[in-house]
Write a protein that binds this ligand. Structure first.
Ligand SMILES: Nc1ncnc2c1ncn2[C@@H]1O[C@H](COP(=O)(O)OP(=O)(O)OP(=O)(O)O)[C@@H](O)[C@H]1O
Ligand SMILES: [Mg+2]
Length: 377
């Protein structure tokens, strides 16, 4: 199926037999507001974890990590406008009224939402209420996938491998954990490596208690404590639905280029401090250099996960091998990061490029599979 969308064949233009009125829902990082010509249009900026008080928010330097920059928002809008009309709708407190007024035929949703563990579900819930179709997963899937523990419970039900874990919701609970060290401690409901630093890798009880307390205090949520998966790490982008869901070329995350004192995890430091536009880290190999057997196992595990969690249109699934080289699911991202600049190492666009889809093709392919699913085409 992918062949149909290869660059140079100008296939996308023939996919869309109608020009759709599309709205793009988003949350913009406040530091990128200066790029906005009309700042007044978006007066209210509230961070995703704004249930914290302002002191806690200052301490959480990664508060806005999951929101998008104007570079990304404009790139998505530009891609959509190759074939359709596109209206920007910021996912703020007035979003419901704006969506009702704009009344688009379909929404391209990249909004991360404002408060609480179900924040990614907010815009899709409004759209369900308004009966407006949208790209991507429904509120239920978005809310479940943002809770890594709930996700793992479902995966376990379907016998999809994932590391053993405990949810720690009080400092006391951290003291009697029966898991095999080393462990990794992360906030239960975050993305973009928020709260995951080198110190999240713990080898003993004292370090575990410290980390769990840090997460409970700074992120105002439970800590997910997991057994550490020691093997190679991959991330897998999936596009499409049902039997037409396709796995884009597998990406491997290599830790060889990391400084020696860095723990081999794709942490906040690795993602946003070590790897910069000026000094890009050579962390990704796409397609991953893996034998056919391992590739088949990774793809099968990713597709079973996509189906078990009822993901729609697109998602990115993080996988790591355990001590027996079995692919284990780390987490599922039904709203994958999509930085447009190839130097910024965003994985979904990277996998798409490797399959012959440039950024604009990728965005329009997501819109296409969503519009098809909603029977708009
Ligand atoms: N159980 C584990 N074993 C080994 N490494 C892990 C484990 N869980 C997380 N990691 C490491 O930490 C990184 C970040 O973890 P995770 O993917 O859960 O965070 P995230 O913030 O949701 O990431 P994303 O930016 O993909 O949304 C992983 O890419 C991996 O390198
Ligand atoms: Mg991840």
């Amino acid at each position: 199926m992918l062949k149909k969308f290869c660059k140079g064949e100008n296939i996308l233009s023939s996919l869309f037999n109608v020009r759709l009125n599309v709205a793009l829902t988003f949350n913009a990082k406040p530091e990128s507001q200066s790029c906005l010509p009309d700042r007044q249009a978006f007066p209210e900026i509230v961070p995703p974890n704004s249930n914290l008080d302002s002191f806690q928010q200052e301490k959480s330097m990664d508060t806005y990590a999951e929101w998008d920059t104007w570079e990304t928002i404009n790139a998505v809008k530009g891609a959509i406008e190759h074939f359709h009309n596109c209206t920007l709708v910021e996912a703020d407190y007035t979003a419901f009224e704006k969506l009702k007024e704009v009344n688009p035929q379909i929404v391209f949703n990249i909004a991360e939402g404002f408060n609480g563990a179900s924040r990614e579900a907010q815009i899709p819930s409004m759209l369900d209420m308004l009966n407006i179709p949208y790209t991507g997963s429904d509120p239920l899937t978005l809310a479940i996938c943002l809770d890594k523990a709930r996700t793992k419970e479902i995966l376990s039900y379907y016998k999809i491998p994932n590391s053993r874990f405990v949810v720690v919701d009080s400092p006391e609970r951290a003291k009697d954990i029966d898991l095999r060290y080393p462990l990794i401690v992360k906030p239960v409901s975050e993305g973009s490596s928020k709260g995951i630093f080198s110190s999240s890798f713990v080898k003993d009880k004292a370090a575990l208690i410290n980390e769990a307390e840090r997460i409970l205090a700074e992120y105002n949520q439970a800590a997910l404590v997991e057994e550490f998966l020691p093997g190679r790490e991959f991330t897998v982008a999936i596009l499409g639905n049902g039997s037409n869901a396709e796995v884009l070329p597998v990406i491997e995350i290599n830790f060889n280029d990391f400084p020696n004192d860095f723990i081999p995890i794709y942490s906040y430091e690795a993602k946003w401090i070590l790897d910069t536009k000026e000094n890009p880290l050579d962390v990704f190999t796409c397609p991953a250099r893996i034998d056919k057997g391992l590739e088949a196992k990774i793809k099968d595990t990713a597709l079973r996960t996509y189906s078990a969690l009822r993901c729609r249109d697109w998602s990115r699934i993080d996988i790591r091998l355990d001590g027996n080289n079995v692919p284990n699911i780390i987490e599922v991202n039904p709203l994958p990061g999509i930085l447009p600049n190839p130097e910024e190492n965003s994985c979904f666009p990277k996998a798409a490029r490797s399959a012959g889809l440039n950024y604009d093709d990728m965005i329009n392919k997501v819109l296409y599979v969503a519009a098809k699913r909603h029977k708009l085409l």
